[in-house]
Write a protein that binds this ligand. Structure first.
Ligand code: C2E
Ligand code: CA
Ligand code: CA
Ligand code: CA
Length: 279
């Protein structure tokens, strides 16, 4: 319900109805897309700042819509989280990523690990550990080849359940990283208890850090914090050489961003991996 000034609440404004209809339609379409193979994964490279090699990839889901073309995840993941469909969608993403890792592995191309984004809903409601085990055993890849990216805020929605799920996943041998670090509400003691392997500095700090002192300080602090806890630190959204120089001066471990490569379909990534020459 939308408040319209004092005392009046309008439940059926045309705008709300339009939006509700749109959501219902999108939800139904997304269910069909999941059945009908309209989802696909793009992959983006991550490179080691010391030796310039590709050390990891991040998988990013796309919806190949028959009429609308490629739909970015920002337009359907939040909806899928609300409806709970993200659990099944997430299972598909895990399977597909592991299948692709297996294929690259057999071709001798696979980087150390490939990351998959995990939603808060999967962590607190889905049987994520079962899905991960299934995807690993179906494909036969090593657990260390798979990395799960979780967001800080997600760990707080159902803390005990999420902590337990993460501890189990860690015991299984998969790698864990905290996505969008610095934007959520992860207290430092949580961070220590979580025992993740990696921190991802959020794109919003990386963007503008070479011109904005405040952002530069935050990036410096996050890298120092990560290192003092023994974690690897990766900066996302790196678009220019100035950012690379600054991140290198701070001893940031890994970078990801358009400067190195945009997210691309698997076949394009195969060519990218095969032809990539570290500087
Ligand atoms: P994220 O995990 O923080 O992913 C990083 C986003 O930044 C991606 O957007 C990526 O394409 C974009 N990006 C990478 N490098 C650069 C750069 O240099 N500059 C700029 N401006 N942007 C860059 P994308 O692919 O649209 O994904 C958006 C969000 O959707 C992701 O944010 C993630 O939260 C979510 N998402 C993507 N795939 C999945 C998935 O399989 N499952 C779940 N649950 N969420 C996903
Ligand atoms: Ca991510
Ligand atoms: Ca991120
Ligand atoms: Ca994000």
């Amino acid at each position: 319900a939308k408040a319209q000034g004092k005392g009046t609440v309008c439940f059926f404004s045309p705008e709300l109805t339009r939006r509700a209809k749109h959501r219902l339609m999108l939800d139904a379409e997304l269910r069909a897309a999941l059945e009908g193979n309209e989802l696909l994964l793009y992959y983006q490279p991550q490179i080691d700042l010391v030796n310039g090699r590709i050390v990891g990839l991040e998988s990013l889901v796309r919806w190949q819509h028959p009429e609308r073309g490629i739909v970015p995840p920002g337009e359907f993941i939040p909806l899928a989280e609300e409806s709970g469909l993200v659990v099944r969608l997430g299972d598909w993403v895990l399977r597909e990523a592991c299948r692709q890792i297996k294929q690259w592995s057999e071709a001798g191309l696979t980087p150390r690990q490939t990351a998959v984004n995990v939603s808060a809903v999967q962590l607190s409601r889905g049987r994520l550990i079962d899905s991960v085990k299934a995807a690993l055993s179906e494909t036969g890849i090593r657990p260390e080849q798979l990395e799960l990216e979780i967001t800080e805020s997600c760990v707080l929605t159902d803390r005990d359940q999420s902590f337990k799920a993460l501890a189990d996943l860690r015991a299984l041998g998969v790698r864990l990283s905290i996505d969008d670090f610095g934007t959520g509400y992860c207290s430092l003691s949580y961070l220590q208890q979580l025992e993740v392997h990696k921190l991802k500095v959020d794109i919003s700090f990386v963007r503008g850090m070479t011109t904005n002192n405040g952002k530069a300080s935050i990036v410096r602090a996050i890298i120092a914090l990560g290192h003092s806890l023994g974690l690897e630190v990766i900066a996302e959204g790196v678009e220019d050489e100035d950012q690379v120089h600054y991140l290198r001066s701070l001893k940031c471990d890994v970078i990801q961003g358009y400067l190195i490569g945009r997210p691309m379909p698997a076949d394009e990534m195969t060519r990218f991996l095969a032809s990539f020459d570290p500087p």
